[in-house]
Ligand binder design. Structure first.
Ligand SMILES: Cc1ncc(COP(=O)(O)O)c(C=O)c1O
Length: 351
């Protein structure tokens, strides 16, 4: 028998990452911070109209999507790269700027894919903790931790799973402290926080901002994201990206998704009202929780975290256990007030 092939050490050393994505259909999915109602019906209608066998037989072209999306986001087409979800944006930024053994500075806990792609790239990862007492962004600690050799810093703003955010002023301080570092601000939940670093792009050549169609736009299955930076940086990212990684249907869907601004505005309004309702109900039930700038709330069930998650699942409601990184904590996505009421009725029985 031949010896099994040995993967690169970087891959061998990685812990497997397998989010619990199986068996979610038909349940109330408050576990992945998706849009819990679904995308705009106009997106589905547009795809129906545009779908043709001729269209499917050709490799995707991104010109129109790039034009329309850059106008929507208020940047030049050359300052935007479409990506296969934010995940590919992270991958491409790391692959473009980080060599084996280079330092990547991350926060923890945060979105798992930063570490994932940094590990695949064999980067040297340094992690700073969110402040344990209130899970606030550790700005001073981060500023002190940035070194000339730091090649990349990746910040989710607001952060998943803590829900906490850093101010625009804080982001500028990071950019000034790290002029030779790729600073990536992942704005997957921007629509709920209203804080964006996009306006800083003209002033900071080391800034990368990402957005996604997986959250408020309700298109997680499409896998579409965007990364914004100066045109010369985007040209470099483009070189490191495979040419057709975004599928044509995703690019089409996004064009209609941004046209239906009312749908998005209404969803955000509902989710924010639902978040307020959830805060109040958690308060009433005596369940500690953290204020959030996103469409999810981190609640502390203590020793009973896993039990609560499991009992909710038995009743058809999915939430995400985070106790392996934040003891006793469960992350709850908010969508509509009606969904919050359904969750709370169950919590009243369980808690
Ligand atoms: C901070 C953050 N960034 C990005 C993503 C995923 O983005 P995408 O689906 O665009 O790859 C998530 C999803 O949970 C997230 O929490």
């Amino acid at each position: 028998m031949a010896e099994p092939l040995r993967p690169r050490s970087a891959v061998l050393d990685m812990a497997p990452y397998s989010p619990p994505t199986a068996g979610r259909a038909g349940k109330l999915r408050l576990d992945f911070n998706e849009n819990t109602i679904g995308c705009s019906p106009r997106v589905i209608e547009f795809l129906r109209q545009q779908l043709s066998s001729g269209g499917l037989s050709i490799y995707p072209e991104y010109g129109e999507a790039r034009q329309e999306l850059s106008a929507f986001f208020g940047v030049q087409p050359k300052e935007l790269l479409l990506t296969n979800g934010t995940d590919e944006a992270i991958q491409v930024v790391i692959n473009t700027y980080v060599d084996d053994g280079d330092e990547v500075l991350l926060l923890k806990p945060s979105y798992a894919m930063y570490r994932f792609y940094a590990e695949v790239a064999a980067a040297r990862i340094r992690e700073l903790a969110y402040r344990p007492e209130n899970l606030e962004f550790p700005l001073e600690e981060l500023l002190a931790a940035i070194r000339p050799e730091t090649r990349a810093v990746i910040v989710a703003n607001p952060n998943n799973p803590t829900g906490t955010a850093v101010s625009l002023d804080g982001i500028e301080q990071i950019l000034q402290q790290a002029p030779a570092t790729a600073v990536m601000i992942d704005e997957a939940y921007y629509e709920f926080s209203g804080i964006t670093a996009l306006g800083l792009l003209p002033r900071y050549p080391n800034l990368f901002v990402s957005r996604t169609f997986s959250k408020v736009y309700g298109m997680a299955a499409m896998r579409l994201g965007c990364v914004f930076s100066r045109a010369d940086n985007i040209a470099c990212l483009h070189k490191a990206q495979s040419p057709y990684s975004v599928n044509a249907l995703a690019a089409l869907a996004a064009r209609e998704a941004v046209r239906d601004r009312d749908y998005i505005a209404r969803y955000v309004e509902e989710a924010l009202a639902a978040r307020d309702l959830l805060y109040g109900e958690l308060e009433r039930l005596g369940i500690p929780h953290y204020p959030s700038a996103a469409n999810f709330v981190l609640a502390r069930f203590g020793q009973r975290a896993i039990e609560v998650r499991d009992r909710l699942r038995e009743a058809g409601v999915l939430v995400r256990d985070r106790s392996y990184e934040l003891p006793g904590c469960v992350r709850i996505t908010v969508g509509s007030r009606e969904q919050v009421r359904r969750l709370v009725t169950l919590l009243e029985e369980i808690w």
